[in-house]
Design a protein around this ligand. Sequence first.
Ligand SMILES: Nc1nc2c(ncn2[C@@H]2O[C@H](COP(=O)(O)OP(=O)(O)O[C@H]3O[C@H](CO)[C@@H](O)[C@H](O)[C@@H]3O)[C@@H](O)[C@H]2O)c(=O)[nH]1
Length: 239
Amino acid sequence: MSDALVIIPTYNEKENIEAIVKAVFSQKKAFDILIVDDNSPDGTAEIVKNLMNDFSNRLFLEVRMKKNGLGTAYIHGFKWAIARKYDYIIEMDADFSHDPKDLNRLYKACYNDGADVAIGSRYSQGVNVVNWPMKRVLLSYLASKYVRFITGIPIHDTTAGFVCWKRKVLETIQLDKIKFIGYAFQIEMKFIAWKHRFSIKEVSVIFTDRTLGTSKMSGNIVYEALFGVLKMRLRGLPK
Ligand SMILES: Nc1nc2c(ncn2[C@@H]2O[C@H](COP(=O)(O)OP(=O)(O)O[C@H]3O[C@H](CO)[C@@H](O)[C@H](O)[C@@H]3O)[C@@H](O)[C@H]2O)c(=O)[nH]1
C-alpha cells in the first residue's frame, strides 16, 4: 500500500478514465487511486472494474447510487482513505485539467516541505488557465477574489480541486458537518483548515480545460458558492 491516495470523483468520464488512471500510475512516485463514481450512465465504473484486474491493490472503486455532487463524493472518499490510514490524500479531476505530473509536486510540498495542505493553484502566480472560455476564467478568478474578500483567507485559488491533504487535517475537519455539496465544498474545506491554523501552501500549476467529455458545472453550483460563502463566514468553524 502506498502512503498516498489519489481520489478521483467521476460522473460520465468514459473518455478519460482509463487514460487518467494509467497516467497516475506512470508517475515515479507510486500512488494508489480511489475512483468515486456516481453510477455514471456511460459505464465509467465498468471500465474501472476492468482496469482493477491489471492494478489490483492499487486501484479501488466506490460506486454511489446516484449523482450526488462533487463535495459528497470527496467526503465519501476521504472517509474511505482515513479508515485505511493513508497519510496523504489528494483530490484530482478525471479529465486531465490537472496534470498528473504535478501530483509529485503536491505530495512533496506536504512530505518534504511540511505543508499540511498543498493546493495546486491556478492564481498564485498570475492566471494559469488554458482553454477555458473567458467567461469561465472570470467566474473562477473572481470567485476566489470574492472568497478572499469575504473571509480574509490568504489563499489565491480557493476553489481549486487539485489538493493534497495530510490525514490529520481531514481527521480534524468534521467531515459530516461540511455543508456544501457542490464545488463550493472546495472553499469550505480550505476555510476550515485555515481556521484550524493548518499550514497551507499554494503550488503554482497550469489548469488546462478538458478536451474530452463535458464539465458538470451548473448555475446551482454558482448560487451555492455566492450565498453559501457569506453564511460560512458568519458561521465560522462548525460546532
Ligand atoms: N462522483 C461525482 N463526480 C463528479 C460530480 N460532479 C463532477 N464530478 C467529477 O468531478 C471532476 C470535476 O468536474 P468538472 O465538471 O470537470 O469540473 P470543472 O467544471 O472542470 O471544474 C473545475 O474547476 C472547479 C472550480 O474551479 C473546481 O472546483 C473543480 O474541482 C474543477 O477542478 C470530474 O472528474 C467530474 O467527473 C458528481 O456529482 N459526482
